[in-house]
Design a protein around this ligand. Structure first.
Ligand code: ADP
Ligand code: MG
Length: 221
């Protein structure tokens, strides 16, 4: 469970990115965080993975108060999360298999575990036949599938996606959203940040709306 309690975030410049945020996300939920550019969506995700600290308020994830966490505990804590970005962030000189395997190598997985999990993940995202391809030879939708496989290969409890369809055409966007939905159905908590009203209307579900750093809506559609 994610509990965000009275959280404010001001950046050094005095820019108040988040104001009095209160959000609770239960295990296994699928949640949209909706809002225009600059409304604080990415800041909220960065607070969750402890890339930024709140100026005030508290964040509790699975009972752990993030504020009290020691520096050395942060890498392990971050393994609770898989993260997907708008710009995919794949390694350009590595093939699809290696891009996914990389996430496992950095946490010290055995070659055997890698040989098992990578094909499993690529099958899940519908890319098993392209494991030898380089990212530049894939479509945007396919590249995002690789990024999703990489985000999930260490079996995180929570998937955070920051504008995952921002670089995709509508058809590919819908397919990526369907994939995220399937992943949620398999038990992963999924938090999707978007500024696309179209995508939210298409999918429905819980939608939290941010406007200039405040929550102005939290509803099931
Ligand atoms: P969104 O993801 O919804 O577009 P952000 O969380 O990126 O919004 O930004 C919210 C506000 O905080 C914006 O006004 C932005 O300019 C500001 N901001 C974001 N990151 C920083 C930073 N590292 N330093 C200063 N201001 C920032
Ligand atoms: Mg953003």
């Amino acid at each position: 469970m994610i509990e965000i309690l009275d959280v404010c975030k001001a950046y050094g410049s005095g820019n108040r990115a988040l104001r009095d945020i209160n959000i609770t996300i239960g295990d296994g939920e699928f949640v949209f965080i909706m809002g225009r550019s600059g409304s604080g969506k990415t800041t909220l995700l960065r607070l969750l993975i402890k890339e930024e600290e709140p100026s005030s308020g508290e964040i509790i994830v699975n009972g752990i108060e993030l504020q009290k966490m020691r520096r050395w505990q942060i890498p392990r804590y971050r393994r609770n999360f898989g993260i997907v970005f708008q710009d995919f962030r794949l390694l350009k000189d590595r093939n699809v298999f290696e891009n996914v395997a990389f996430a496992q190598r950095v946490v010290g997985a055995s070659s055997r575990a890698i040989r098992e999990s990578v094909p499993e993940m690529l099958t899940l995202v519908g890319l098993s036949s392209k494991y030898k391809s380089l990212p530049q030879h894939l479509s945007g939708g396919e590249q995002q599938r690789v990024a999703i496989a990489r985000a999930l290969v260490n079996q995180p409890e929570i998937l955070l996606a920051d504008e995952p369809t921002g670089n995709l055409d509508y058809q590919n966007a819908v397919e990526i959203m369907d994939l995220l939905w399937d992943i949620n159905q398999m038990g992963t908590t999924v938090v999707v940040v978007t500024h696309s009203q179209e995508i939210v209307d298409q999918m429905g579900g819980r939608v939290i709306t941010l406007d200039r750093g405040r929550v102005i809506g939290d509803e099931i559609r």
